[in-house]
Design a protein around this ligand. Structure first.
Ligand code: ZN
Length: 339
């Protein structure tokens, strides 16, 4: 791995679009109950919101994270029953990484092995300017999740259920890996318009970091001219979201992205944040989401995830929605509102 700090390509316009980390990752699952059981009891994340897909209210949208579902700790799922299995490949986010304390990988290996989870044993991986230790696992739908030993990650994670002891708890997102045919033009978008810094490159893999070097601010791009195109379906990532501090900044960034020729959605109200979406040149769907207002906007922190929450515009259809959603249990309690 060469020590190669990317400069902004000469001639590229200076951008002030500068997301300060990953906000969340959203993936596709099949069975909602199996998804809840895996992410709460196996990975020890907190279910911080049980709601529906606002664009498809007949299906759940499940959010997991730390105690409060703080930005950069969030993994969300659209559980689409009956969706066929997808295929990892070019044009997709092919791995979602969480950080765990450096001395915890052995505990995780035993824990996951004991539960019969499909894992690759911890190994050293050249990433950016230093090697890091990674344990890779697959969730019940085949989604690839990396646990990365991360010194110096001060986030607290969640140990509310005691299933994963606090000392080993997942701290939050570490990084995502995008698989592309070539590093460019994706790398140019990341270092140019999106203001990221190159942080090491070894030919077919490059690391990019977002401003501030906070935990959860890494994007890896893996290039493969031989890999098949990915198929987005069960067990694959739907999109990744970056953090904007507030709506005014998001609005300004949207203007800059549009001026640069990208097709960007209007600002959409996602109840817990507002969002814009656009596709990077390799085909991966990017979102920029605000840090505010967060998940305690419609239920108290202690109750997060335990009731089916709907945004005000879907509340009039609650009865029909509850009739089509399958029943769901969290911590052996039925989620109120699931039928
Ligand atoms: Zn999203």
């Amino acid at each position: 791995m060469s020590e190669h700090r990317n400069e902004m390509p000469s001639g590229a316009p200076a951008s002030s679009v500068a997301p300060h980390g990953l906000h969340h990752v959203t993936a596709i699952a099949t069975d909602p109950q199996r998804n809840v059981d895996f992410y709460t009891t196996v990975l020890g994340l907190r279910l911080v919101k049980t709601t529906v897909n606002f664009d498809d209210p007949g299906t759940y949208h499940l959010y997991y994270g730390d105690e409060a579902g703080r930005p950069s700790t969030i993994l969300t799922f659209f559980p689409w029953r009956g969706v066929p299995a997808g295929r990892q490949g070019v044009g997709l986010t092919t791995a979602t990484a969480f950080s765990v304390p450096p001395e915890s990988l052995g505990w995780w290996q035993q824990h996951l092995d004991g539960l019969g989870v499909d894992i690759d044993y911890p190994r050293a991986r050249d990433s950016g300017r230093q090697a890091e230790e990674v344990l890779t696992l697959r969730d019940p739908d085949g989604l690839v999740v990396d646990l990365v030993a991360s010194p110096g990650d001060a986030r607290s994670g969640w140990d509310g259920q005691g299933r994963v002891p606090a000392e080993h708890a997942v701290r939050g997102l570490h990084s995502v890996t995008l698989t592309e045919q070539l590093l460019d033009p994706t790398s140019t978008l990341l270092t140019g318009l999106l203001g990221m810094a190159g942080d090491g490159e070894d030919g077919d893999r490059a690391r990019f970091t977002m401003s501030g070097d906070q935990p959860g601010s890494v994007v890896d791009v893996a290039a493969s001219t031989t890999a098949e195109r990915g198929l987005q379906a069960g067990g694959t990532v739907h999109h990744i979201a970056f953090r904007a501090p507030d709506r005014a900044t998001q609005e300004r960034w949207r203007g800059e992205l549009v001026d640069a020729g990208l097709e960007v959605t209007p600002i959409l109200d996602r109840q817990y944040f507002t969002s814009i979406y656009f596709r990077e040149p390799g085909g991966v769907l990017f979102e920029i989401a605000t840090d505010q207002p967060g998940f305690d906007v419609d239920e108290p922190l202690l109750e997060l995830g335990r009731h089916l929450k709907l945004p005000p515009w879907l509340e009039p259809s609650r009865e029909q929605i509850e009739q089509v959603l399958p029943a769901l249990r969290v911590d052996d309690e039925p989620v109120a509102g699931s039928s």
